[in-house]
Design a protein. Structure first.
Length: 656
């Protein structure tokens, strides 16, 4: 996606003050060099004009103009967290963005003087009418620091409203802010922020009985209860009076640091930016999911079997997770409204603060997240003059797979706690989980890109012969000319296969490389980032690891009866058919220093690659090489069990 700033300046100018809506930019004391600013700066992702960016805020669609709106937390004065304001972008397609050079909301009122924290969007006025008015609900902060490890100061976080009457060009605070002064009385909370509003036509009875006969929206505010559980505070909102929020209870009680298994992650002690969505599959079956940022996660030891420290242990202890929830059967007044069903990791990398909206144009739930800069030390991060970006738009769905018999290595499907495994009448299982894919509109990035394709090819192991690899004759190599590319690949993984995936070469010597692969034995998808031997700063390039498996499906045999005499035999014929394992489907998008991976539309991993070529100080990608290893000492390739690259399509030179 493109970013158009007004006025357009390729670099922040330290000698210019910007005045708007009470905001005055601070004079920068250091001039950022063009090389530092542009070296690792993505091309088609949404970024702030300069300086610090974090959570996406208020995503939504304005039917009166046909524009999408997306705000983001932004410090326009400095490249560190602080002075949190809202930047603002608009788009007609979620790909090409027009971003204002000044914030739309800055911390200036007494109740929000310490920060404009995350919030949500409504394309109506405060009476719920679509008259061109746009509404933001946001967390107004008047006291810092706020952290789940510190005693909570009641009133430090409140709920406020801002309105726009000119299609989002300017925003004014509601005259009666804040509309909620803080958490519900009598609760000892770890946090109370990040409002999210939504319609819920299939809300459980425990919700509906609070507003009998009244049309409402629901409001969520994220946080936790001290020494008890992370949770969400639930409110009903009168559809004709959007400033009237009525507290009805906490959403969940999962206790502290719930960790069902490595498949689900650690649900921590405090939640942020929680969204609730109802997703349906093609059969009309639906499930309710929450997607949350989880703070206070414990150190991760799941990679100990590989003798590798977890990359998460070098990062802030938080995760982007999801949970399928169901109505709580305990209806006592002290109980939470819903209960845990199953859950998983929404993104296994540098992705946080996911925020979504229902798109009336595509009839899908669209989600954005913050891809962080935390693997880059403060020194080089400060010198580059910007920090953080917004992910490409993703679409959520309920993924359903019928007639599943087993996973690749996990013996019992019920040990995979990120799925619902429902027995069927065939002796197999129906598997359900949260599905995610890139919004189809991201395909517009391919316009003008060079397209390459590989057909059906048997894959072999590269690692003993990479230095002698002849890229001119290799059938599984695709050359690259830019650092802006996309690959969509499908691989049939042989039963004797070891690691399978592809290598990104960052120089022609094939020494600097990123390796992406699925390990069938450990059921993990991994990204081995380049070793930075010549780097004088300790950039975190530890291996990214995500749990992932492939399921085997029993496809029923097609039985044809040629005469009436056999018509009654169907019930006597076994319904067992041919077993086929899912193919490994890898969708990857690379943009200068950011890599977004989606595997089988249910495992995602976003990371940063701070690479350079030995021959140039700029990032480079020179080719992709698809490979598959054989387990043990097997050298001969049995075509019947070989790993095959069924197809791979590469678009090189993406642009918005």
């Amino acid at each position: 996606m493109s970013v158009l700033t007004e006025p357009i300046n390729p670099l922040p100018n330290p000698n210019i003050d910007t005045q708007d809506n009470g905001y005055t930019a601070v004079n920068q004391t250091k001039q950022f060099s063009p090389l530092n600013f542009s070296k690792w700066r993505p091309s088609f992702h949404l970024l702030a004009p300069s300086n610090w960016l974090n959570d996406p805020c208020g995503p939504g669609y304005d039917p009166s103009t046909g524009q999408y709106h997306l705000a983001f937390q932004w410090n326009p004065k400095n490249n560190h967290w602080g002075n949190i304001s809202w930047g603002h972008s608009t788009s007609y397609d979620l790909i090409s963005w027009k971003t204002s050079s000044h914030p739309c909301l800055v911390p200036s009122a007494p109740y929000d003087c310490k920060g404009i924290f995350t919030g949500c969007f409504q394309p109506t006025n405060l009476h719920g009418q679509q008259d061109g008015t746009l509404t933001y609900f946001y967390t107004s902060v008047n006291k810092l620091p706020i952290h789940y490890t510190l005693p909570y100061s009641t009133g430090s976080e409140s709920l406020s409203v801002a309105l726009s009457h000119d299609a989002g060009r300017t925003w004014k605070r509601y005259s009666h802010n804040p509309i909620l002064p803080g958490p519900p009385a009598g609760l000892d909370v770890t946090g109370w922020r990040d409002p999210y509003t939504f319609s819920w036509s299939c809300a459980p009875e425990t919700f509906r009985r609070e507003h009998t006969g009244k049309e409402v929206l629901y409001g969520l505010i994220s946080g936790g209860l001290v020494n008890h559980t992370p949770t969400v505070f639930v409110y009903t909102i009168d559809k004709t009076a959007l400033t009237e929020w009525k507290y009805i209870g906490t959403l969940l009680d999962v206790e502290l640091n719930l960790r069902p298994s490595r498949w689900s992650g650690d649900f921590g002690v405090n939640w942020e930016v929680t969204n609730l969505v109802t997703l349906a599959d093609d059969d009309g079956v639906s499930r309710d999911f929450i997607i949350m940022g989880s703070e206070g996660c414990l150190k991760d030891d799941q990679q100990s079997r590989n003798k590798q420290p977890s990359v998460r242990n070098y990062r802030i202890p938080r995760s982007q997770l999801w949970m399928c929830i169901k109505e709580n059967q305990d209806t006592s007044s002290s109980s939470a409204l819903m209960q845990y069903g199953f859950g998983g990791i929404f993104d296994n990398g540098l992705f946080y603060a996911a925020n979504s909206f229902w798109d009336p144009v595509t009839q899908q739930q669209v989600l954005f997240g913050w891809i962080t800069e935390e693997d880059l030390p403060d020194g080089p991060r400060s010198r580059q003059g910007w920090s953080g970006l917004i992910s490409l738009p993703r679409v959520l769905k309920l993924q359903t797979i019928h007639r599943v018999t087993r996973a690749r290595s996990t013996m019992n499907l019920r040990d995979i706690t990120s799925i619902e495994a429902e027995p069927d009448s065939y002796g197999t299982y129906t598997i359900r989980t949260l599905g995610v894919s890139l919004d189809p509109r991201t395909n517009m990035l391919r316009n003008g890109a060079r397209k390459s394709a590989i057909g059906d090819t048997i894959l072999s192991s590269p690692f003993k012969s990479l230095s002698t690899l002849d890229i001119n004759t290799c059938q599984s190599f695709v050359p690259l000319c830019t650092t802006r590319w996309e690959v969509d690949a499908e691989i049939a993984v042989g039963k004797d296969s070891g690691r399978v995936g592809f290598v990104i070469f960052h120089d022609t010597d094939k020494l600097c490389k990123t390796v992406l692969f699925w390990n069938p034995v450990s059921e993990t998808f991994q990204i081995e980032r380049p070793h930075l031997h010549d780097c004088d700063t300790p950039i975190n390039h530890a291996t990214e690891i995500a749990p992932h498996t492939l399921f085997t499906i029993n496809k029923p045999n097609q039985i044809k009866f040629n005469n009436d005499k056999t018509a009654g035999l169907a019930s006597d014929v076994s319904s067992w058919g041919t077993e086929t394992e899912e193919t490994l489907r890898i969708h990857a998008v690379f943009d200068v220093s950011v890599l977004e991976i989606l595997v089988n539309e249910r495992t995602t991993l976003s990371t940063r690659i701070y690479h350079t070529s030995k021959k140039s100080s700029k990032p480079a990608c020179v080719g992709l090489y698809f490979f598959a290893e054989r387990l043990g000492d097997q050298k001969e390739c049995d075509h019947g069990t070989a790993t095959r690259l069924l197809h791979a399509t590469v678009w090189d030179g993406l642009t918005s």
